[in-house]
Structure formats: C-alpha cells, structure tokens
Design a protein around this ligand. Structure first.
Ligand code: FES
Length: 554
C-alpha cells in the first residue's frame, strides 16, 4: 500500500488504482473543485480550477518539500509520498482568480438559466470566488445555437471545459462536437450538417458543468430546486441502467443516469431518457372493473381483492403470463398466488420485445436489443415453480392441455403488447382473462377483469439485467388514483397480513430460489452468478450505489 498526505490527512491507496489528485483527495474527504475533469473522460487539465500545492515527503526524515508552482490535481498521479495542500492562501487565491476569469465572459443570467441550482459555476463562486466583481460588465449576446434534435447550446454560457467534445469522441464515438476559433473567440459547434443526434446525446447536458448545453425536453419546464430525485432503474432495455427519477408532486420531469460502475457507468441512452411520458399518459388504465351482463362494473380496492379471490377459486384450473416488466417480487407473488389455487397451473414468460441488434459504443456503453428490464429475474422465478420457462406462444397449447378456465395476464409494456398472435387461439378455448396492464389492448375486450397496473416509477422492487445484476429500487412517485400496484394486490390476494414490503419478499425469494441467494448477502452456490447492487441511503438522504464486490461471485 502507498501512503499520501492530503491536507495532513493520511490516505492509503494502491498505486495500481491509477488515482489522480482529485480522487485521492476524495478518499480523505476533501473535495477539490473542478470543471473539465470527469472520471469517465480523458484528462485535459484545461480549466485550472483544481490547482493545488503538491510536494513530496521524505520517508526517512519526514521532511516535506512543496513545489514552488501550483499544479492541476486532475493531472497529478497519486504516488507514494505525495503531499497535497488544497486549502492554503495560495490555492484559494488561484481558485478565486480562475472563477473571476471565467465570469468575465459568462453572463449572470441565472434567473433564466436551466442549470441554476445545480450549476458548478454558481456553487464555486459562493465557495471560492472573489466577493466583488472587479471588471466592468460587458454586453452578452445570449446567442443560442440549435445543435441537435434534443440539444441546444447557449453560446456565451460555455466555459470551454470541453467535456461534451470529449464525450462525443470517446464515449459515443460520433465526434459531432468541436471547438471552433481561438482564444476569447472559442466556442463549441457542430461540424456543418452533422447535428448531435446520436443515441447518447442527452449525456452532454448532464456533463455540462454550467448551463451552456440545454435539454430541449426539459428546458424551462421546472426549476431544479422543486425536483426530488429518486434512485431507480431504466426499464427500456435489458441493460437496466441505474437512473435518477426527478419528480415534482408525482410528475416526472426528467430522467438522469445514476453512476453505477457495474452497469452503465455515468451514462444512459436517449431511448431510456426520453421514454417516461407514457407514465403520465391519459390513455392509461386506471381503476379496476369486472364484466357484468350489461357492460362493466367498477370495483374498489377491497371488493377487487375479494372478487378476484372468489373468481380464481371458482375457476380452479388456472394459468398465468408473467411479464418481464414485473419486478422479481411481483413475479414471485403472482406465481405463488396462482399456484396456491392450482398447484399444477402453467406459468409462461410474457412477450420479450426485441428490436434489431445490440448497439455498442466505443466508450463501452451498450443498448440491448431486448427491450424489457427483467427477463432474467422472471425466468428464474418461473423455473423455480415449474422447472422450465415456456414462451408466451405456448400459452394456448398449455391452457388446452391443462384445461385451464382462467388466465392471469400481466402486461405493463410501455408501448403496449407487441405480439398477440396467440390471442385468437386462446379465445377459441373460451378461457376467462384477468388483465393487469398499463394500456387498453385487444386483451381487455375479452377480459373478465381489467385492472390498471403501475408504471416502473410507481413501484418498488428488484430487476435483474441481462448480465445477472440485481438492483432493488424504491418507488419514485405515487401511481394515479385507482391504480393497484401488483405487489400490494397479490400480497392481499395471498391473504398475507401487514403491508407489502418488497425487501422482505426478496428475502423470501432468496431463501427459496438459490439464484437469488446473493440478495441475502450470503455466498451463492457455485455456478450461480447473480450480482447485487445495494443502495446505501445516507442520513442526509443521499443515495449511493455500493457495488458489492464481495457479492460478485463468478
Ligand atoms: Fe483540473 Fe480542469 S479539473 S484543470
């Protein structure tokens, strides 16, 4: 182990980790301000905000020698005996001068800037800037450039950190952005005729430390201090990116990537980022209803549970379609509820939507062709109950062979059911359908019960991505009035006491299904390779992903 000193605090580290000064200081709990450095991008050391004093400590005598000049911490490799001084008068003066220089050319238009409230220039000004502006105010143009379908550029807000340029070269590999001109005239631009429309383009807005790059979908919609961020998982493909759901009063305003070194690093794709409006669609199924001789009869929460229970018990022979959009806990409770009434009931995996091929980017990010979040989790649950995992196409044949009289259909597809070729064959068998879904479909016309289902952000639970990574997340918003979260509904249907707690259901799942045993924090059997992401909620409410290396059993 190597040892360094950061403001007198001893930090132990492994030199093979290739830390820089900023990362080393973080280990000591010291934050060094920075603009251009980002852990996912190459180092350019251009903004000079991270200037610190460095020196070396003689291991024998203990004597420390500081270099006469300040150096950029982002560009300083951590090494044994390194000494960092981050709070001296010399460092503070350098930071204030960098701030002052940046603000010479930056409009103070915070009242109309989308970034206000999460802008590093604002934050660092209060922490490190000169209290008084010494230069006269110059005119600002507030020039705006339309550089992409989703992205707009406020030219004179840019501080030339070049994070966005490096992102398009190193991560998306599309290189649409560049810096044109020199000196004071520098500005970000696109190559003529090549707007930034790549599938990862939304990330440049997250990367921008100031308000230069704006997201057209979010622009002027909300002030960020009205938003509450909740950890969640993107359900648009089997990559299962860790995300933040930013909401205000149960309305989602934006999705952002949440750092997860094992899944998506710092990024997410536009398909996931801009897919949330379906959550607030007026077309959604809300409430529950049962077919009556003269139309539909609305059911409230308590009568729904009772009627469903009686209905299932009358039918005796059942089957279920378990959607890959259900959480592990919901899938387990659904299988249990159906098999409690009919211990031989067939269970099939719902349609797994697939589009094209996996899309891979030079930075390592990948968009999966499989457009659902939890096929792996649901497969393991079904396999536990019936030994194999039949696809939904086998449903009519399984229903016919088993003589099932009722089928529970869980959907929750954000774009609706892609394929229903099996429906006419099922309809011919005359089985009753219980449809628990997000949107109306041809299934509802033939259903005995239609029950509104929650969208991803409205329910807590766990998803397993295509690389066997399990992530458990809380609900971000409340569902619309009359929508019954599947977990709560099934919990009641099973006659369980108390409130539905996904965490305790997951513990039960892990006790019964060896694949999920890592979720208990114990070593799973050889050959089982589920990996678990734990969310640590700090006392101040911040949530950190703890990639639990000890649970990464290969
Ligand atoms: Fe080090 Fe910009 S963060 S110079």
């Amino acid at each position: 182990m190597a040892i360094a000193l950061v403001d007198g605090i001893v930090v132990e580290f492994d030199e093979r980790e290739n830390l820089n000064g900023i990362q080393l200081a973080r280990r000591a709990g010291v934050e060094i301000p920075h603009y251009c450095w980002h852990p996912g991008l190459s180092v350019v050391a251009s903004c000079r905000m991270c200037l610190v004093e460095i020196g070396f400590r003689n291991a024998v005598t203990g004597e420390v020698r500081l270099l006469p000049k300040l150096v950029a911490a982002c560009n300083t490799p951590a090494q044994d005996g390194l000494v960092l001084v981050t709070q001296s008068a010399k460092v503070q003066q350098a930071r204030a001068m960098v701030q002052e220089d940046l603000l010479l050319r930056h409009p103070v238009d915070c009242p109309i800037c989308d970034k206000a409230g999460e802008c590093l220039l604002q934050d660092y000004y209060y922490r490190y800037g000169h209290r008084q502006r010494r230069a006269p105010w110059g005119p600002f143009t507030s020039r705006r450039k339309d550089i992409g379908e989703k992205i707009t550029l406020f030219v004179d807000r840019c501080i030339m950190c070049s994070r966005c340029v490096r992102f398009t070269r190193e991560i998306s590999g599309t290189a649409e952005l560049m810096i044109v001109d020199r000196g004071n005239h520098q500005e970000i631009d696109i190559f003529p005729g090549f707007p930034i429309n790549n599938k990862l383009s939304g990330n440049v807005v997250d990367l921008c430390p100031v308000g230069a790059l704006g997201d057209k979908e979010f622009l002027y919609k909300q002030r960020v201090w009205y938003l509450t961020s909740h950890p969640s998982v993107c359900v648009q493909c089997a990559t299962g990116c860790s995300i933040w759901v930013d909401e205000n009063q149960d309305r989602i305003w934006r999705l952002r990537p949440r750092e997860n070194p094992f899944v998506n690093k710092w990024w997410m794709c536009n398909d996931g980022r801009y897919a949330y409006p379906y959550v607030h669609s007026p077309q959604r199924l809300v409430g529950a209803r049962r077919k009556a001789p003269d139309g539909w009869c609305d059911l409230d929460w308590s009568s729904l549970v009772e009627e469903l229970r009686q209905f299932l018990e009358q039918k005796e022979r059942l089957a279920a379609v378990v959607s890959p959009f259900l959480t592990v806990e919901e899938a387990y409770l659904l299988c249990r509820a159906i098999r409690q009434v009919d211990p031989r009931a067939p269970l099939v995996l719902g349609d797994v939507p697939q589009v094209g091929e996996d899309e891979r980017f030079p930075g390592g990010f990948a968009i999966a062709r499989e457009k659902c979040p939890n096929r792996r989790g649901v497969e393991e649950v079904i396999a536990h109950f019936i030994g194999r995992v039949p696809p939904v196409e086998e449903l009519p044949e399984l229903v016919r062979r088993h003589g099932a009289q009722a089928v529970w259909l869980s959907g929750e597809y954000p774009q609706g059911w892609a394929k229903l070729e099996w429906l006419p064959a099922l309809a011919e068998l005359g089985v009753a359908l219980i449809v628990h879904d997000l949107f109306p479909s041809a299934l509802c016309d033939r259903a005995e019960f239609v029950v509104g289902a929650p969208a991803f952000a409205e329910k807590a639970g766990s998803y397993v991505n295509r690389h066997d990574r399990l992530q458990s997340v809380p609900a971000a918003i409340r569902p619309p009035k009359g929508v019954f979260p599947a977990g709560r509904l099934l919990w009641r249907l099973l006659g369980q006491e108390g409130t539905y707690e996904p965490a305790s259901v997951l513990q039960e799942v892990a006790r019964n299904i060896s694949y999920f045993r890592a979720a208990l924090g114990t070593i799973p059997p050889v050959g089982v390779d589920l990996k678990v992401n734990l969310l640590a909620v700090a006392e101040n409410g911040t949530v950190n992903d703890l990639g639990t290396e000890s649970l990464m059993i290969g």
